[in-house]
Design a binder for this molecule. Sequence first.
Ligand code: FFO
Ligand code: ATP
Length: 195
Amino acid sequence: MAAIASAKAAIRTEIAEKLQLLTSEEKQRQSKEVLQKLLNLTSFQNSKRVSTYLSLSNEIDTEPIVRKIIEDGKECFVPRYSKAGMEMVKLNSMEDWETLPVTSWGIKQPRLKDQRDNALDTGGLDFIVVPGVAFTSSGLRLGHGGGYYDKYLKNIKESQAKSPALVAVAFKEQLLEDLPITENDVQIDMVLYAE
Ligand SMILES: Nc1nc2c(c(=O)[nH]1)N(C=O)[C@@H](CNc1ccc(C(=O)N[C@@H](CCC(=O)O)C(=O)O)cc1)CN2
Ligand SMILES: Nc1ncnc2c1ncn2[C@@H]1O[C@H](COP(=O)(O)OP(=O)(O)OP(=O)(O)O)[C@@H](O)[C@H]1O
């Protein structure tokens, strides 16, 4: 177990160093290409209740994804994490997105005291855009180490009759041949990345 944890930590450092070398132009280029791939997915086009994370600079830019979900009149849900775990809560508009405060990690997220619709209590989710640090093309995923998504995805798969589409978006530098995993790591359906 300790060996796996330290292997994961080493990969997080290695990927962070690789991403450090990317210019913001290159990150934008890859983000645009990944956005197009996402918009081309039938499962995304047919989705009605979508969760997306709100990106940090070392992640694929999700602002255009949020914009598209809202423009299409779909329900948009975003992560809200705390010591208690993570929930997905309703994002109401682009103005709402603009005025969100940031966490100590620099992530935009609704205040814990805001009363917001929780995805699981209001009809579930049919599509989740999943963040991460490293991925394999077969859908193994390494996150930032909070275990938030692994727990959330396990729970939602067990609680919904139809599992949501789990789609990760990544810079090509985040793709690895293999990853160390444990039984808690939830495999995702698809990883979208640019050439
Ligand atoms: N943009 C974005 N939002 C997201 C995630 C994400 O990966 N990306 N998350 C995906 O899960 C959740 C937040 N994940 C987090 C994971 C770890 C820590 C954290 O506090 N980490 C420790 C040190 C970690 C380390 O560097 O080893 C800390 O800062 O003290 C915070 C949030 C929800 N929102
Ligand atoms: N379903 C689960 N139930 C209980 N503990 C879990 C579960 N999933 C992950 N954990 C615990 O959370 C911690 C972080 O796990 P891991 O390093 O795999 O997170 P991660 O995949 O990088 O994070 P995230 O899912 O938030 O992006 C580990 O101690 C792990 O044992």
